[in-house]
Ligand binder design. Structure first.
Ligand code: GAR
Length: 209
């Protein structure tokens, strides 16, 4: 069986990338073949290099506009024959052309229970709103902001103290389980979009167990 080829895009620390490298890379036919970033100094790039994974940097400043940057990034990923692109703290909106080229082959992890609190600083939004429950969502990426079909979600109680650091730590802990789980399910062919309603995603329970 040929490997399931994964690319990860990340802008920051890369703890989600690290979870993917630790739990999935080189196991059950899954290979992380490329890690891309819009930030030259992203710690995620160091994590990729330490794991022997090829890296690419696509800074907005090096291109005329986002469409051109994303076209270069799409070609780089296309040349590497990636099966799935994972946004793990990738803090830029992808161009519609990029999304169309990899339709239903891009997933994102978001630190809230979508459709609540999309966009930037979802944790801050949940705290400012006085939410009692927030969580983590893994979803397919469409042309909108955190608006694609939902694959997996897990709820997290906001701590009584409403302490941001405590909540963020719990969100990260959950993300590091949920994102690899979603990727594993996709790689196993256990995820199907409902032909009657493309917003709804079915997961084969048999393959999950
Ligand atoms: C994660 O919490 C992820 O959900 C969030 O950025 C963090 C990246 O952490 N992504 C977004 O907010 C995207 N809208 P990491 O660099 O340690 O993986």
């Amino acid at each position: 069986m040929s490997a399931f080829r994964l690319a990860v895009l990340a802008s920051g620390t890369g703890t989600n990338l690290q979870a993917i490298l630790d739990l999935l890379h080189g196991r059950d036919g899954v290979e992380v073949v490329a890690v891309g970033s819009n930030k030259r100094d992203a710690q995620a790039l160091e994590r990729a290099s330490s794991a022997g994974v090829e890296t690419g940097v696509f800074c907005g400043a090096d291109y005329a506009d986002r469409a051109q940057r994303d076209a270069a990034m799409a070609d780089w990923l296309g040349e590497r024959n990636v099966d799935l692109i994972v946004l793990a703290g990738y803090m830029e909106l992808l161009s519609p052309e990029f999304v169309r080229r990899f339709r239903n082959r891009i997933v994102n992890v978001h630190p809230a229970l979508l459709p609540s609190f999309p966009g930037l600083d979802a944790v801050g939004q949940a705290l400012a709103h006085g939410a009692r429950v927030t969580g983590v969502t893994v979803h397919l990426v469409d042309e909108g902001v955190d608006s694609g079909p939902i694959l997996l979600q897990r709820a997290i109680k906001v701590p009584y103290t409403r302490d941001r650091a405590e909540l963020e730590e719990e969100i990260h802990r959950v993300e590091h389980e949920l994102l690899p789980e979603a990727i594993r399910l996709i790689a196993a062919g256990a995820v199907h979009i409902d032909p009657k309603n493309p917003r709804v995603v079915h997961v084969d329970v048999e393959t999950r167990e």
